[in-house]
Design a protein around this ligand. Sequence first.
Ligand code: SAM
Length: 482
Amino acid sequence: MSTPGSKPASDSKRAPRPHRRPKKDPARIVAFRALRAVDERDAYANLILPSLLREAEQKGMDRRDAALATELVYGTLRLQGSYDAIIEACIDRPLREVDPPVLDVLALGAHQLLTTRIPSHAAVSATVELARVVLGDGRAKFVNAVLRKISAQDLDTWLAQVAPPYEQDAEDHLAVVHSHPRWVVSALWDSLGRWQPDASGRAALEDLLRADNERPEVTLVARPGRSTAAELLDARPESEPGRWSPYAVRLAEGGEPGGIEAVKENRAGVQDEGSQLVALALAAAKVEGRDRLWLDGCAGPGGKAALLAALAAERGAALVASEKQPHRARLVARALDGNPGPYTVIAADGTKPAWADGTFDRTLVDVPCSGLGALRRRPEARWRRRPDDLAGFGPLQRDLLRGAVRATRIGGVVGYATCSPHLAETRAVVDDVLRDTPGLEWIDARPLLPGLPGLGEGPDVQLWPHLHGTDAMYLALFRRTA
Ligand SMILES: C[S@@+](CC[C@H](N)C(=O)[O-])C[C@H]1O[C@@H](n2cnc3c(N)ncnc32)[C@H](O)[C@@H]1O
């Protein structure tokens, strides 16, 4: 029996193949559209994908296909560096001469072949079908030929072939094997060496790079006084308590937070444990005297502000949550909605403050940064960021910290946080501000994060995905003494 498009081999010379419409495969089409939006419009995968999935679900896409599309987008973007090197070894021209949509289809195919459990024949045929739909028959043939070459070896064999030997060029080797830009490998290595001098060798760096390529758990925060970890654990019995924060609950894989009552009512939210620890450490630092008015000077979209506001409410203190961008200030207002204690949300520039010097007892600035500490969550960020971006953030980070110091009264506490372990955004900023700002005592943050291993020599702390299971948050705490 012959089906449309397939004929007995003996016929193949005589009859031309009847035209067959390519099969539409919603998961792979959504994945392709998401990758195109990331490439063409600088879209963020975590924003564009949910909207494409909603649209496809309205047309009947089921949950399994939605899960497949999500895995394909995130997995392909994370491992793009490795896949590009492998694809380049399978074609006879430089990668930059391949049209970006073709490259996206090839990378999607490489991901299915080399990293997922999809059988090779299914991965090739489904990706070639996708190519027929989105690229046309001619280019689908090219895709077919390249994917067949890729399917001849597994990922480790390919990487051993395409990465330069470690001994010849360690950073390039790790960049290709672990799919990070070389400059990011270099920066992470420098930072790891600063914080973990005894454990910053090749093995530790590889653990970190691997952790960046893993899908992060979804962690919830039970906002104090409004919900408890026990309530969240009851709502999701298959979830687990956080490792470090008493307010954290880690959802089991695939766990959707949206249906949980406490989340719907804003009494709990989604928040990485590293961010929770930053807010908890700031709240735990000792201030001298009055402790009534707290400031979050870079509050948008409001995760840390919501936790700080709840902690402040428990102590009879109030939070001012300030954010420069009005649309992000609106997100902060939403995050704080229902907080049991007093709070104010304002749109203000932390470098030209809307408050008198010395107003606050505790101040946090969680400054804009490269985000190199959250590569697990933002799979495209590593490819989009450039080393020059750091020079752009540096002056603002220093000004925001100086502004935070001025905003805080003598005896009060200031926290400087970034979601980046890059030394230019952490130690270099703090060293410069300490040098030109008299009357600042650097507080040891380590005792304020009880139980966490590997916090180094202090007084500041750097969290790590591979050691703590958190984003790579940095925190330095100061007391204003004069
Ligand atoms: C890393 S995010 C803060 C994340 C937030 N703390 C949270 O946990 O949700 C940095 C924020 O600082 C804001 N920002 C940038 N420049 C600022 C400035 N000059 N003054 C105040 N906020 C600023 C950005 O718009 C961004 O929302």
